[in-house]
Design a protein around this ligand. Structure first.
Ligand SMILES: Cc1cc2nc3c(=O)[nH]c(=O)nc-3n(C[C@H](O)[C@H](O)[C@H](O)COP(=O)(O)OP(=O)(O)OC[C@H]3O[C@@H](n4cnc5c(N)ncnc54)[C@H](O)[C@@H]3O)c2cc1C
Length: 386
């Protein structure tokens, strides 16, 4: 449901102020300590940020996709670790329930996910199944009035903090490919679940990613999302489709910040008796970054509007994720270049963002997978029409 324009502007203003006054000053500390101060999750919960995509009926803010995108463009102006804190509750950790859950599942989980009391994680990737997600091997075997899960999930964001895991597992070994996969809602403290040590990552310090191991984990029959077996892969794809628009908005926000950092430095630093910003070759880099950020912003808002109207936008979401994640990589690269040697030093935010943004081209579908999704949709539409 859409907010009235005044309420939306107030929300965007308060997030902008929170980013500028509270989060940006914490960035270096978070990067150094690889930890977000304890007060921040509570502050974000107080602002309702864990529940932006959860309907009001279940305690969330119930933002439309366009509103969520605009909010993420604001939150994107700071280290992506802060966005990641709420990211799984807003996206992959809650949307399976919002989109396909039963009424009981919605009532049971969504209010606590919206308040931040419960953290949700999304367990799809496995050691042998990344881009080829339909080939997952984690098994769900029927046992009396429930299921037994076995398998390993790899690189799971927020898993060690999670209270509920959305786990994609193969419930029908006879069904081919993705049709044998079901999605389960699993209490993260169920006996038989263990967690790997957090990975040491290239960037985004403060966000933690770990493997989740399931050994004879017993879950009740009503844990299947929507109560429908064999629909788990479709649920996962719907969740990722939506998440691609969200991540594109985050990339736009970061690009805006990188452009601000570039402008600040280029107008302060002098060489050859002039500001860097007065050299046309530096201006060309600034202009390219602004143009590409604006293109990604326009695409993201357009795809978000389509999603808001139609409840899906698979090709457009993939176009945005592909373009925006590649765009922010180029903008980060130019920001480092504009800073010269200083841009290579950890004292400057652009060095950190340069490493942070690399992830956006990899997770929730690599750039190559987005290209495949885009082309597949194009070819299908053409074939259907001719
Ligand atoms: C920090 C981080 C957090 C993550 N969080 C989560 C999470 O919370 N939950 C979760 O389930 N997963 C998560 N992931 C996993 C992530 O989604 C996968 O890493 C990603 O989908 C790619 O899979 P892969 O790493 O196995 O790479 P692979 O699939 O092995 O791909 C390797 C390379 O081959 C390319 N490639 C693969 N197939 C094709 C093809 N058909 N055509 C062309 N090129 C191809 C890829 O594009 C890539 O360049 C996370 C990953 C990271 C790094």
């Amino acid at each position: 449901m859409a907010l009235d324009p005044e309420t939306l502007n107030q929300l965007l203003d308060s997030v902008r102020r929170y980013v500028d006054e509270r989060l940006i000053p914490l960035e270096e500390q978070v990067s150094r300590d690889d930890a977000i101060p304890d007060a921040v999750p509570a502050e974000m919960a107080e602002m309702g940020l864990y529940g932006v995509s959860i309907p009001e009926a279940y305690g969330g803010l119930g933002l439309s996709m366009v509103e969520e995108a605009r909010l993420m463009m604001e939150l994107g102006r700071t280290s992506p670790a802060f966005r990641s804190l709420i990211g799984t509750n807003v996206g992959i950790g809650s949307q399976g329930i919002v989109i396909d859950g039963t009424e009981e599942q919605k009532k049971s989980y969504l209010p606590r996910l919206a308040s931040g009391e419960l953290v949700g994680s999304f367990c799809l990737t496995e050691p042998e199944a990344g881009s080829d997600a339909a080939s997952i091997r984690t098994s769900a075997r029927k046992d009396g009035n429930g299921w037994i899960l076995n398998g390993t999930k790899r690189f799971i964001t927020n898993s060690r903090r999670a209270g509920v895991l959305t786990v994609m597992a193969r419930s029908d070994t006879d069904a081919p490919g993705s049709s044998g996969i079901s999605a389960f809602l699993v209490d993260a403290r169920t006996p038989g679940i263990s967690y790997g040590q957090p990975y040491r990552k290239m960037g985004q310090q403060g966000t933690h990613v770990a493997d989740v191991i399931f050994e004879d984990v017993r879950v009740p029959a009503d844990a299947v999302i929507g109560g429908v077996e064999g629909r788990g892969f479709k649920t996962a794809m719907k969740v990722l489709d939506r998440g691609r628009i969200h991540l594109s908005a985050v990339c736009v926000g970061i690009a805006q910040r990188l452009i601000e950092e570039s402008l600040r430095y280029a107008t302060e630093r002098q060489q050859f008796g002039s500001r860097l910003a007065d050299f046309q070759l530096v201006q060309a880099m600034l202009a390219d970054s602004q143009t590409e950020m604006y293109a990604a912003r326009s695409m993201t808002l357009d795809a978000a509007a389509l999603y808001t109207a139609e409840g899906k936008a698979p090709m457009e979401a993939a176009c945005c994720k592909y373009y925006a994640s590649e765009m922010v990589g180029r903008v980060a690269d130019r920001a480092v270049q504009i800073h010269g040697g200083a841009g290579y030093m950890a004292d400057y935010a652009v060095e950190r963002f340069y490493r942070d943004v690399r992830l956006f081209r990899i997770y929730e579908g690599t750039s190559q997978i987005q290209q495949i999704v885009i082309a597949r949709n194009m070819v299908k539409a053409w074939t259907d029409a001719h």
